[in-house]
Design a protein around this ligand. Structure first.
Ligand SMILES: NC(=O)c1ccc[n+]([C@@H]2O[C@H](COP(=O)([O-])OP(=O)(O)OC[C@H]3O[C@@H](n4cnc5c(N)ncnc54)[C@H](OP(=O)(O)O)[C@@H]3O)[C@@H](O)[C@H]2O)c1
Length: 333
């Protein structure tokens, strides 16, 4: 017997910003679960900026998507059939077979989630974006109470959790975002100390200098480019930079030019450290414990932008590069 599923495949590799023509919605038939496998009905799937890199044919820390095959990524779903004693029908699980409505997966790749928390939070605040924020602040930047942090793409999945954990830790938070609504949310509801709308700022370096007259101790970089240059200019001596993402360059067809003021890293003895979240899965239990409590106590807000339907998943993904999301961009299936 086989099961009919709908999957999003990569049709062509994009140059520049992807369009819906780079994706295909395909009906497929998959085999029923063998021993040690589960049939999962996906209820939510994640779209994330790093998937843009996987659309290119190049060696990186994660394999490229293959042309003409289902794409993958984080998803949550419900077990419909279990061929593994560790899972029962009805269990809610997080796994990596996103971009499709049903999946047969190895039970070893699934984790049961806390039914007292919203399932989709395991793709955002409680998932890899939240873990990225937590690792960057704790393990990479060693953030301390009273310090000043600048975070870019600050209303997004990672950035909004960086801002919130930093506020909980007693830091002064300066945020950069691309719209007035995002700025208002961060200022009025999240309580960040200063917000820069980079789309309405002619001189980001001057705006950051004005927001942080004494300089910044930490820069959490999600954007790169002019944001990284402004942060180098504003850095205090011995500042720590968490190089998490550089989304401003993900769709450019030529390599981005480096920060023109990189010499500041020497003058100011700045530590710039790259971060790949999958290197830090040992922190998941500690992180989930703390984040679960923060969410249940209302100390971390779960902001989401929800797009409905698998057929709209490519649009949700493309929207990430146009600033369409506040909080975590999610696809509800
Ligand atoms: N290293 C790791 O392990 C790791 C893990 C997760 C994420 N990341 C990185 O972290 C960053 C944020 O990821 P996320 O999942 O939280 O996405 P996100 O911030 O929820 O969504 C992307 C946001 O980036 C902003 N943006 C898009 N194009 C931009 C541009 N050209 N210049 C400035 N801002 C732009 C948009 O907000 P605005 O409206 O504010 O422009 C958009 O909403 C990405 O760079 C991603 O690659 C890295």
């Amino acid at each position: 017997m086989s099961i009919e599923v709908r999957e999003i495949h990569l049709r062509r590799r994009p140059i520049g910003l992807p369009t819906p023509e780079h994706f295909d919605l395909v009906s497929n038939r998959i085999r029923e679960p063998e021993p040690g496998q589960l049939l999962v009905r996906n209820t939510w799937m994640s779209v994330d900026p790093y998937m843009r890199g996987r659309m290119d044919e190049r060696k990186s820390y994660i394999a490229p998507f293959r042309l003409g095959e289902a794409m993958d990524g984080a998803a949550v779903g419900v077990v419909e059939f279990s061929n593994d004693p560790a899972f029962s029908v009805g269990d809610a699980v997080v796994h990596f077979a996103g971009w499709r409505d049903f999946a047969v997966i190895d039970a070893a790749t699934a984790r049961r989630i806390d039914p007292e928390l919203p399932a989709q939070a395991y793709l955002g605040a409680l998932g890899f974006p939240g873990l990225t924020a937590y690792v960057g602040l704790t393990r990479i930047a060693n953030a301390r109470q009273g310090e000043t942090i600048f975070v870019s793409a600050a209303s997004g999945a990672v950035g909004s959790i960086v801002a919130q954990i930093a506020k909980l830790g007693g830091l002064r938070v300066i945020a950069s975002v691309g719209s007035a609504d995002k700025a208002a949310w961060l200022r009025n509801e999240i309580g960040v100390d200063a917000v820069i709308n980079y789309r309405e700022t002619a001189d980001l370096t001057a705006a950051l200098a004005a927001a942080a007259p004494e300089g910044i101790h930490i820069y959490f970089d999600n954007v790169g480019g002019d944001h990284l240059e402004a942060a180098l200019a504003a850095a205090q001596t011995h500042a720590r930079f968490v190089l998490c993402g550089m989304i401003s360059g993900y769709n450019s067809d030529a390599p981005a030019s480096g920060p023109r003021n990189i010499f500041q890293a020497i003058e100011k003895r700045i530590r710039l450290q790259g971060l790949i979240v999958s290197d830090h899965i040992d922190l998941i239990p500690e992180f989930e414990r703390k984040m679960g409590v923060w969410i249940k106590e209302g100390k971390v807000a779960l902001r989401e932008t929800v797009v409905d339907g698998l057929d709209n998943a490519p649009d949700a993904f493309i929207g990430l590069f146009k600033g369409a999301n506040t909080g975590k961009m999610l696809v509800r299936l």
